[in-house]
Structure formats: structure tokens, C-alpha cells
Design a protein around this ligand. Structure first.
Ligand SMILES: [Zn+2]
Length: 384
């Protein structure tokens, strides 16, 4: 009887042992599936993993918040090239352009709210009437655009346009609604002429000024909408930062002729890195140290002229910039096999300074364009 009991206990222990072994094997298999599955999804770009610090691209960076001046080139939330620059000087915010599409509004509003904590954009600049510069001011019909999301102080835009697009009409209606609500509206030409209360130069803080630059297409008809672009030079002591929208060769020639431009710490590359902008004459004047190209790198869906040279950023522009600097940064990269069609390249790019050294801080990585895989596969760095 006792022997029988012992045998059944032994059998029971063996069954338990076997069950534990089976359980362990199942757990190990599930773990392997989870790890391999995550790795595959990450490799294919379906999920984003940050092994360094698990950071949020929109988490405000304290060192930047406390810097005297920061200039932001945020990702635009889609695979299209477009411009948006947020400049922050203390509690004064300046927004230049809001591209690239109406659906960028949600992404940009969230980003701007991270740094603009009072809901007021003291200055808004729209460089020209193309959608990749104004669409997010309007936003989607199902959401809100930047004009609705923020109270605007002074809106400064392009004196001329040939545009008759619906997006442009919506932009004008919403801009005028801001004026109704108390905003002031000037054209860049009024600023240049110090007319009607507009100013050529705005002091943003002690030693930091926003200066509107003249170019002839503020007054003359241009065949290319890009040449109507509003140009602005931001000056912080001896540091200069230049923004020319999508200005093309003819507009750049006028800009160079009309001004003695200083050497610039930062240049926002003209027209998303197109070969027809950021010309040698302009670059020779400003000799940029840092260049941000506002494009979705590798984008060939909008400007396909049948040559690889117009995939942004173009080889021609890289060759010209390389004379002065290798510090070229780009927010996003085309990734055709992902749902959104893009992934962060440098991510949100922030150029900041207390007046001395100028830092570049990126939300994804600080890799220079010439060291990226995309560059190695698609472009060459000119040898001296
Ligand atoms: Zn553009």
C-alpha cells in the first residue's frame, strides 16, 4: 500500500517536472518570437525603437529652452518636401512658413506648442504662396490649421503672387480673419520701405534683430512663384542666420546685388536643395557654416524633371555648399516601404546659441548628410 502511494507520488512529481519543462520551453519560444518579431518590424521601419534613451521627438530640450536664440526645423509629418522654421528668442516666437501639406498642421501645432507655451506667435512670415509653404496655416477641413491654433501678432508675407490655388485663397481668408481678430499684416515690401507702420528691422531682444531684405521680385513680375520669396536675415551680435524661402537664381542675383550680405552661421538652403537655388554667388557672400535643407531626403515625387539631379537635395547644391561646410542637416528621409512613406533623418533640427558658439541638436541623430547611408548610395562628396 505504502509502496503504491510512493509510486503514484513519484509519477506525480515526474508529471510536474515534465509540465514545468514544457512551460519553460513555451516561454522561451514566445520570447524568441517576440524579440525576432520586434527586430523584423524595427528593421522594416514599422516601429521606432530608440535604444539610447527612448526619447520623444517632441520632448522639449531644456538646454535649448534656456538658450538665448533657437531656430527649429521640425519634421513635417509626411513624405513631402516643404518649409517650416520656428525661431524662439525668449518668449518671442517667429514662424516662417508652414508646409508641406494641410495634414502637416497637426504635427506642427504639436511641435510649436512644445516651445511656444503662451499660444502666441508674435511674428508669422509666409515667404510665398506655394502650398509647401502655406498649407499648414490652413490645415485640413477636419482639423485646425496654424492660424486657428495660435494667436498671431504681426503677419508678414509676400508682396506679389501669381497663385490662384484654393490653398492660397484659404490662406488669405484665414490670414484676414487673424487681422480681424487683432493681428497686424504687412508685406515684406512695406517692411523694407518702413511704410504703414511696418519696419525693415525688428528688435527681438537686446542685440537680436530680424531684418527684411529687399529683392526685386517684391515689385516685379516673376515667371516662377519661388522668386517672390520673402528674405530675412536674423542677426545675433556677430552671428547671422539667413532665410530665403524658395528664391531661385534670378532672385538670389538681385539679393546679392542689393545687399552686402554678411558671413552666416546658418543658411536654410534655397528651394529644398534644388539645383536652381543656393547658387555660387550667394554662397560666396554668406559662406555658411551650417546648412539645413528643408526636404524629405530622396523625394522625387514632386519635382521629377526626369533627372536624378532634382531628387532633393541635388548633387549640384551639395557640390556648391561643400566649398564652405560639410555641416548639412535634413529632417526626414523617404522610406517607401513604411506606412507614412518617410522616417526621421536628423529628425527635428534645432540650431541654437547664446551669442557665441552655435550648436546643432537633432531629435534622431546628429549624422552629417555626407555620412548617411542615403548619401553614400546616391551622392558623392566632392574632393578638394
Ligand atoms: Zn517650396
Amino acid at each position: 500500500m505504502a509502496k503504491k502511494k510512493e509510486t503514484s507520488r513519484k509519477k506525480e512529481r515526474e508529471r510536474e517536472k515534465k509540465a514545468r519543462r514544457v512551460f519553460t520551453v513555451i516561454v522561451v519560444i514566445l520570447l524568441i518570437i517576440a524579440v525576432v518579431g520586434t527586430y523584423i518590424l524595427w528593421k522594416k521601419g514599422y516601429i521606432e525603437l530608440d535604444f539610447a534613451d527612448g526619447h520623444d521627438h517632441n520632448e522639449p530640450q531644456q538646454s535649448i529652452v534656456t538658450d538665448e536664440l533657437s531656430i527649429h526645423f521640425p519634421m513635417l509629418g509626411n513624405k513631402y518636401s516643404g518649409d517650416c522654421t520656428l525661431i524662439k528668442v525668449g518668449n518671442t516666437e517667429i514662424l516662417i512658413d508652414a508646409g508641406s501639406r494641410k495634414n502637416s498642421a497637426e504635427t506642427l501645432i504639436s511641435y510649436i506648442n512644445t516651445y511656444c507655451t503662451d499660444g502666441v506667435l508674435e511674428y508669422v512670415i509666409a515667404t510665398h504662396a506655394d502650398q509647401d509653404h502655406i498649407a499648414a496655416f490652413v490645415g485640413l477641413a477636419s482639423g485646425v490649421g496654424i492660424f486657428e491654433a495660435f494667436k498671431c501678432g504681426t503677419i508678414i508675407d509676400f508682396p506679389r503672387t501669381n497663385s490662384t490655388s484654393g490653398t492660397y485663397e484659404d490662406y488669405v481668408a484665414l490670414r484676414d480673419a487673424e487681422v480681424e481678430a487683432g493681428a497686424t499684416h504687412y508685406t515684406a515690401l512695406e517692411c523694407w520701405n518702413n511704410e504703414n507702420g511696418a519696419k525693415r528691422s525688428y528688435e527681438l531682444a537686446d542685440g537680436i534683430t530680424m531684418n527684411f531684405l529687399y529683392q526685386k521680385f517684391y515689385e516685379q513680375k516673376a515667371s516662377d512663384e519661388n522668386n517672390y520669396s520673402v528674405c530675412m536675415l536674423l542677426t545675433q551680435g556677430t552671428n547671422n542666420y539667413l532665410f530665403t524661402g524658395d528664391l531661385e537664381a534670378e532672385g538670389e542675383a538681385s539679393l546679392v546685388e542689393e545687399h552686402e550680405l554678411p558671413k552666416c552661421k546658418l543658411f536654410k538652403a534655397g528651394h529644398h536643395g534644388s539645383p536652381t537655388s543656393s547658387g555660387a554667388a550667394l554662397l560666396a557672400e554668406i559662406q555658411p557654416e551650417i546648412v539645413c535643407v528643408c526636404c524629405c531626403c530622396g523625394n522625387d515625387t514632386e519635382y521629377n524633371f526626369g533627372s536624378n539631379d532634382v531628387v532633393f537635395p541635388s548633387q549640384a547644391v551639395i557640390n556648391r555648399i561643400a566649398v564652405y561646410t560639410e555641416r548639412i542637416y535634413i529632417p526626414t528621409l523617404v522610406a517607401k516601404d513604411t506606412d507614412d512613406g518617410f522616417v526621421p533623418m536628423n529628425g527635428n533640427i534645432i540650431v541654437s546659441s547664446d551669442g557665441g558658439e552655435v550648436k546643432v541638436t537633432c531629435s534622431n541623430n546628429d549624422t552629417l548628410l555626407k555620412d548617411t547611408d542615403w548619401f553614400k548610395a546616391n551622392r558623392t562628396w566632392p574632393t578638394a
